[in-house]
Design a protein around this ligand. Structure first.
Ligand code: ITT
Length: 260
């Protein structure tokens, strides 16, 4: 899916100013303030001492909030790529979440030499719709989602799902959120990670948090929709939280092996 025209800069997280995340050992001498921050947050359960901030490539502020929620649990800060909104949009024309995630991470990592950049491609797969909206989740309300070159409104996307599932009994309203996260450096993918959350698509919206299809996505384990959770709570159960935890484990292992 192509990033929307009203490309939103991840301003609240874009406070890097020369102190952005570098996961590689010894590449970055952190500013004293950053070091203090890191040390204090390590007590909260950070996975290793080298990880400070992670650069996320996304135009979607909802995703950034999710990543921040997941990172906070581990005592890690995330940041947007500097001047992200002014970078050329990456055309998301892959057939799979993985293809698109790799493409985004690779292309955006070229703008921040030496940094590890994380991008995700994600979406909702509804069984009764043969896996749609799938990779076209961000523009499902378009007449022909696979041809659309801009994202459509969350509300319109949700309305289309509801229309398509009208009168379908609850036992047939199964689906899942999928997130494939790619980590890349200097134009090359280092690793990808996949997270899935299984749920039920409600017949009306519930909750005001989150973004996208969250108000329709009921998670039976906690009897709430994702839109009824804070970003930190959502990260415990969500596809993005699951993929992000795998990424953190991978980072920790690679750093302990001196591999990044
Ligand atoms: P970037 O490509 O810039 O990251 P995007 O919104 O275009 O932003 P995707 O192409 O990956 O991102 O599309 C993902 C869409 O899937 C998103 O716009 C939502 O409609 C839906 N989606 C993905 N994860 C979701 C989540 O956690 N909650 C609700 N909807 C989600």
């Amino acid at each position: 899916m192509e990033a929307p025209n009203n490309h939103v800069a991840p301003a609240p997280f874009d406070s890097a100013q020369g102190r952005l995340c570098r996961l590689s050992r010894g590449q970055l001498a952190p500013a004293p303030q950053a070091r203090r921050l890191r040390d204090s947050r390590l007590e909260g359960g950070a996975t290793n001492r080298n990880m400070r901030r992670i650069l996320i490539a996304t135009s979607n502020p909802g995703k950034l909030r999710d990543f921040a929620g997941a990172a906070a649990v581990h005592g890690i800060e995330i940041a947007g790529i500097p001047n992200f909104s002014s970078l050329p949009l990456v055309v998301e024309d892959g057939q799979t979440f993985e293809e698109n995630a790799r493409k985004k991470a690779e292309e955006y990592s070229r703008y921040v030499s030496g940094e590890i950049v994380v991008a995700d491609d994600s979406g909702l797969e509804v069984d009764a719709l043969n896996g749609a909206p799938g990779v076209h989740s961000a523009r499902y309300a378009a007449d022909e989602p696979y041809l659309a070159d801009a994202n459509t409104d969350d509300e319109a996307n949700n309305a289309r799902v509801l229309r398509k599932l009208e009168n379908l009994p609850v036992e047939k309203r199964t689906g899942r959120f999928v997130c494939v996260l790619a980590a890349a450096r200097d134009g090359k993918t280092l690793q990808t990670f996949r997270g899935v959350a299984e749920g039920i698509i409600l017949n009306s919206a519930r909750g005001t948090n989150g973004f996208g299809y969250d108000p329709l996505f009921y998670f039976p384990q906690i009897q709430k929709t994702f839109a009824e959770l804070s970003a930190q709570e959502k990260s415990k159960y969500s596809h993005r939280g699951a993929a992000f935890r795998q990424f953190l484990d991978w980072c920790e292992k690679r750093i302990s092996e001196n591999a990044i």
